[in-house]
Structure formats: structure tokens, C-alpha cells
Ligand binder design. Structure first.
Ligand code: URA
Length: 274
């Protein structure tokens, strides 16, 4: 393949969200398919067992990325580990060491949080994207820049707000996390919120709203209405569901709705006093 063809192929992959190699070594899938077909042929009864010379030369397997199969046992393990974390630092350490979620195998960093954990308000998004994965911090890419502008508009910044995500590892190619992956990550964000105990919680977008408010109602109906997040130990936190900044970048006409929600958050925070 010439370099123009290769560039076109890579652009196609990037557009499809395939923008991360999973291994240091490139894989020749055509050759793997051919070898596999030969192997099958050889293993048929009566087949000549001498491997073809080309197959012999290529047969050393690529190092497979170590992956765990997410299952209910991992979700139970996550619940136990998260429950046992007595401080935010302990939770961060436990989460960084946790190996029960497949998403971690392709992520560069565990994205825990940014901002001030003593702030009265905590924002929770969905999952890190490419920039967040590289920097290890939530909301630092384009949607993070919009979030920063929205915070500024109501007199907040990352020293007066705290920011995290439901999922701490970037899903490959920014795909949606599976329900089981979300279930495995759920105890960590729930414990995270419990340890921070913000006076006000803000869920950004559908996934975090559905998970943290335990609802199937979509964000367009939920947004703008105060709801309550109940932590596992029974703490009740006033919660404002609002539109995700990434959604607002795609649908700028809806920024006025988010603005209303942010004004409600500002009023609520002012009402809390100091
Ligand atoms: N979108 C999210 O939900 N979280 C981030 O950290 C970045 C983008």
C-alpha cells in the first residue's frame, strides 16, 4: 500500500473512533487469517501435519493485551473495595489499583477528579475522552473548556468546584460503556460522592443522570428540575441534572437551557450561605 493509501486508511480508522493502538506491535490480520485457515486444514483428520514453512515463520503469537472479562463478581468486588475506602486518597489509590474493569486495559490513565473536594458543588460527567485520558484529568478537552466557561459564568472555577466522572477510564474509541462496565464503576463514583459530600451535585448528561438519580427518564425531561441523589449510607444531596457540554457543542441552540440550569445552581449555592 502506498503512503496516500495508508493515510486514507488511517483517516478512515480515526473517523471511526479507532485512534489507539492496543499493542506496541502492529498485527497483520490478513496473515493471521491465512495462518488460522491453514491450522484448521491441518487439524482435520488425515491432514498432513507438517506446518507450511510460511506458517512456521509467522506462528509466534502477538502478546495479547491482558484483559479481564467483566462479570458480576467484579461488580461485587468493586462494591467491597469502594465501601472500604475511608478517605478520598484511599479511594483514589484503590481505584488506581483496581483491575476488574476491561476499560482499564486500554486506558492510559485512571481519571479520578479535578478541582476542590471541599467545594460546595460537585459536577459528574460520563467518561474521559482522549484528552482526559492523556492528561489524567476530567474535562480538559473541548467539552471541558466549555464547562470551564459555564462555571465562570456563575462565578465558579476549578478552585470552587469539584469535577469527576461516572467512568474513570476512557472507553476505547469513545464508545459507550457497557451496562456491566458501568455497574463495575458505579460503587467507586457513589463512594466518591459520599466522601466528598457536596452540598449540591450536578449531573452532566444522560448517563450520569440516569445512574446517580436512579431513573430511566431522559435528560431532556430531567434537566432543570431539582432531584435528590441518595448515597449508599443514606445522605441526600440536592442534584441538578443538566445537559452535557459535549451535547451543547453539537447543539449550541440548547445552551440557553443549560444557562437556565446553571442559574438555578448559582441561586441554590447563594441560598446555602457560607
Ligand atoms: N466528557 C465527559 O463526560 N467527561 C470528561 O471528562 C470529558 C468529556
Amino acid at each position: 500500500m502506498d503512503s496516500a493509501g495508508l493515510r486514507e486508511l488511517l483517516t478512515f480508522y480515526a473517523d471511526a473512533g479507532v485512534d489507539e493502538p492496543l499493542s506496541e506491535t502492529p498485527a497483520n490480520r490478513f496473515e493471521e487469517t491465512r495462518i488460522e485457515a491453514e491450522r484448521r486444514k491441518e487439524s482435520r483428520p488425515g491432514a498432513d501435519r507438517t506446518p507450511a514453512p510460511a506458517a512456521k515463520a509467522q506462528a509466534s503469537p502477538r502478546a495479547a493485551p491482558s484483559a479481564v472479562v467483566p462479570d458480576d463478581a467484579q461488580a461485587a468486588r468493586a462494591r467491597e473495595i469502594a465501601r472500604g475506602a475511608e478517605t478520598l486518597e484511599a479511594l483514589r489509590e484503590q481505584l488506581t489499583a483496581f483491575d476488574g474493569c476491561n476499560l482499564k486495559t486500554t486506558a492510559k490513565n485512571t481519571v479520578f477528579a479535578d478541582g476542590n473536594p471541599a467545594a460546595p458543588v460537585m459536577f459528574v460527567g460520563e467518561a474521559p475522552g482522549r484528552d482526559e485520558d492523556i492528561q489524567g484529568l476530567p474535562f480538559v478537552g473541548r467539552s471541558g473548556q466549555l464547562l470551564d466557561r459555564m462555571l465562570t459564568a456563575i462565578g465558579l472555577d476549578r478552585s470552587s468546584a469539584y469535577i469527576s466522572n461516572v467512568i474513570p477510564w476512557r472507553p476505547p474509541g469513545n464508545r459507550d460503556p457497557s451496562p456491566l462496565e458501568t455497574e463495575i464503576c458505579r460503587p467507586f463514583i457513589e463512594r466518591h460522592i459520599e466522601l466528598v459530600a457536596p452540598k449540591v451535585l450536578v449531573t452532566l448528561g444522560n448517563p450520569s443522570t440516569k445512574l446517580l438519580l436512579n431513573t430511566q427518564t431522559g435528560i431532556m425531561r430531567m434537566r432543570g428540575n431539582w432531584a435528590v441523589h441518595r448515597t449508599p449510607s443514606g445522605l441526600e444531596i440536592p442534584t441538578m441534572p443538566t445537559l452535557h457540554p459535549a451535547y451543547l457543542l453539537r447543539n449550541p441552540a440548547h445552551k440557553k437551557l443549560a444557562w437556565r440550569d446553571f442559574l438555578a445552581i448559582k441561586l441554590k449555592l447563594e441560598g446555602l450561605g457560607d
